[in-house]
Design a protein around this ligand. Structure first.
Ligand code: SF4
Length: 469
């Protein structure tokens, strides 16, 4: 039976950074349970100190309290629940960690949330990273320029007004033309609270467009079984739909856009489309389809290859007629017959993809597709790629022509002379077209990089638009 030791509210020497007057926020700590729990407490306290937090010696003096709980026997459960209740009553901002955090009641409900729904976050034992994520969220460490050489939003290589948010690393699929999983491993989703904090820091730093990226955005959270994290004091699932929903709410507060990349057409993506009508989650989906013929998709071992992609695209467009669909395709995949390639061309005609990239198959070293029968000769691969791109040029020209006369919102990337270059909801940076904007007529209205303008489309070609502010 574990001994129950209770360390009321820890008092410790302040870290060096906390010597700055008023610089360091204070955390109170209640540690219950066995020596394993004690080690967890020590690790959390060590990390807090390393990041410049102070520990408080009373509930009054703490900006937030962490309670490390025990859940081994009934008495320990009760003591933990009492300690949480006391911290809530005395301080109000409470994060709970430890064994009781992982315990459910007979109905499968989280015991702590049931008794104390006002706690800010709950984690199980040995969860240093999650506890620190919650602390950062509810009690951000102050930015001390003398100590922190990196700004809160990190070092960014993109222009100040847009940034990428990588939500996961690696991939659980094994597409036969791809070696990414062998280089980067299986899917590892980043904690949702960490992502939201990063997004908030980026918006605070002036980012007006956040581009969500990963290898497979639709799979976000699969690796952690969509476990709950916390944002703004409420539980949120590590799941694509919840992430997009709360990112949209946050972006709306800062007047920013959110754009989604690498979205595989799984059924749950349907729930994202209604979120795109408010002008924050952009009506734009980057869906890398790679092919349309079922046999080629099977040889490619593509995710969601069994989904009816034409029907899905049509349903999405019915839900939001402004939706821009970007996709990439491979021409001349090993074994691709002329009939399979024609099937792909027919698909492209029917799907009316807005933005399309096509690559001739390239045998990447280590890809299992290289072992498939009937490789397509290089000149045929290139010829098919050329044919597909010619078809797409026509489709794109028609689709962009239909925008002439419409008013669209653009984010200005560049100011040139009296005019500028911007992008609309249909244009991701670097990969899509742009909108060339003629200077506004009113002398007081000037195009500014990183700001939004409503412009009227005056002309179009196969890739870009021209518009007047
Ligand atoms: S191409 Fe396939 S295996 Fe490679 S990263 Fe994308 S989904 Fe994963």
């Amino acid at each position: 039976m574990p001994s129950i030791s209770r360390i009321p509210v820890v008092s410790a020497q302040p870290a060096a950074v906390s010597a700055l007057p008023g610089a360091a926020p204070k955390v109170g700590f209640v540690s219950l349970g066995c020596p394993k729990a004690l080690v967890d407490s020590e690790q959390i306290l060590t990390q807090l100190r390393a990041e410049g937090y102070e520990t408080a010696s009373s509930y009054d003096g703490a900006d937030l309290v962490i309670v490390n709980t025990c859940g081994f026997i009934d008495a320990a459960v009760q003591e933990s629940l009492d300690a949480i209740g006391e911290a809530l009553a005395e301080n109000g901002k409470v994060i709970v960690t430890g064994c009781l955090g992982a315990k459910k009641d007979g109905n499968g409900d989280d015991i702590i949330m049931k008794v104390h729904p006002k706690v800010l976050a709950v984690t199980g034992p040995h969860a240093l990273a999650e506890v620190m994520d919650s602390v950062h969220l509810h009690l951000p460490k102050p930015h001390a320029p003398f100590f922190d050489l990196v700004p809160p939003q990190g070092i960014k290589l993109t222009p100040k007004h847009y940034a990428y948010l990588k939500i996961s690393e690696g991939c659980n699929h094994r597409c036969s033309f791809c070696i990414i999983p062998s280089m980067r491993g299986d899917l590892v989703s980043r904690p949702i609270a960490e992502l939201m904090l990063e997004a908030e820091n980026l918006f605070k730093a002036g980012v007006k467009e956040l581009l969500v990226i990963s290898q497979d955005t639709s799979a976000y959270g699969v690796d952690v079984k969509f476990r709950s994290g916390f944002w703004n004091g409420r539980p949120v699932k590590t799941h694509m739909t919840q992430l997009v929903e709360i990112l949209g709410q946050l972006a709306a507060q800062y007047g920013a856009w959110v754009r989604l990349h690498y979205v595989y057409p799984y059924p749950h993506v349907d729930q994202i489309i209604p979120l795109m009508s408010g002008g924050v989650i952009l009506p734009y989906l980057d869906v890398p389809l790679q092919h349309a013929h079922p046999d080629v998709l099977k040889r490619m071992k593509r995710p969601a290859s069994g989904e009816k992609n034409i029907e899905r695209i049509q349903a999405w467009r019915a839900m939001n007629p402004d939706l821009t669909i970007r996709s990439t395709f491979i021409a001349g995949f090993p074994g691709e017959t002329e009939a399979e390639f024609d099937y792909l061309l027919d698909f492209i005609k029917e799907a009316q993809i807005d933005r399309l990239g096509c690559f001739a198959y390239s045998p990447v070293e280590g890809a299992t597709a290289n072992l498939l029968a009937n490789p397509v000769p290089e000149e045929v691969r290139e010829e098919r790629r050329g044919r597909l791109m010619m078809l797409q040029e026509d489709i794109s020209r028609q689709r962009l022509k239909a925008k002439i006369g419409k008013t669209i919102r653009v984010l200005i990337d560049k100011v040139e002379g009296s005019g500028g270059v911007g992008r609309s909801s249909a244009d991701a940076p670097e990969i899509d077209g742009v909108v060339y904007v003629k200077a506004p007529f009113e002398p007081h209205k000037k195009l500014v990089v990183g700001e939004f303008f409503d412009v009227t489309v005056t002309s179009a070609d196969a890739h870009d638009l021209w518009a007047a502010a």
